[in-house]
Design a protein around this ligand. Structure first.
Ligand SMILES: Cc1cc2nc3c(=O)[nH]c(=O)nc-3n(C[C@H](O)[C@H](O)[C@H](O)COP(=O)(O)O)c2cc1C
Length: 167
């Protein structure tokens, strides 16, 4: 099977991490992959807050109850959108950037977990914690690090989800 397709199919949400730090070169490649995502009208409204400070990671866990894997993971990336640059599509653009990060990390041997932020009660708390400008909103929180668990590729429905020419 094609290597890119295998990366997509074998990416899993990782919730157990080794403490090993992430090489700077790999982190750069992952962030570069993010800004090569598609965006509506090519507005690229995204910003990325990279958190590696242990105390700050713990503070994030305090405001995001489903991000406890950050107690092990050495890094978090918060994908944010500038709502003034793209009022209509910043969430879709940030979703595309988020998925690029997950796939680039997988391709480099790293694990990730996408934790939802946008449209949740976590959003204003995380924005305050990270001192985001008023027009910038957090979209997703991504745990990043070397995985300490292996996950099988699950079986996913395909045939019944695909409709040709009409439903
Ligand atoms: C929008 C969104 C929000 C999510 N939020 C969380 C979260 O807060 N905490 C978490 O552990 N996983 C979260 N996940 C990961 C999902 O639980 C996971 O993608 C799903 O169970 C499928 O597993 P897989 O990613 O291994 O294919 C989220 C995923 C998405 C796309």
């Amino acid at each position: 099977m094609n290597a890119a397709i295998e990366t997509i199919l074998d990416r899993r949400s990782i919730r157990k991490y080794r403490p090993d730090p992430i090489e700077g070169e790999k982190l750069h490649s992952i962030l570069q992959a993010a800004v090569y995502a598609p965006s509506a009208r090519n507005r690229q409204p995204w910003h990325f807050v990279v958190v590696q400070d242990r105390e700050r990671l713990e503070e994030i866990v305090q405001v995001h109850p489903y991000s406890t894997m950050l107690r092990q993971a050495p890094c978090a990336i918060i994908v944010c959108g500038d709502t003034e640059i793209s009022q209509q599509f910043w969430t879709a653009d940030c979703a595309a950037a988020t998925q690029n990060i997950l796939l680039a990390a997988k391709a480099l041997g790293l694990g990730t977990c996408w934790c939802g932020v946008e449209s949740t009660a976590v959003s204003p708390k995380l924005a305050a914690l990270l001192k985001l400008p008023q027009q910038v909103q957090p979209y997703s929180l991504i745990a990043l690090g070397y995985p300490d668990e292996e996950k099988e590729r699950p079986v996913r429905e395909l045939e019944e989800r695909v409709h040709y020419n009409q439903w």
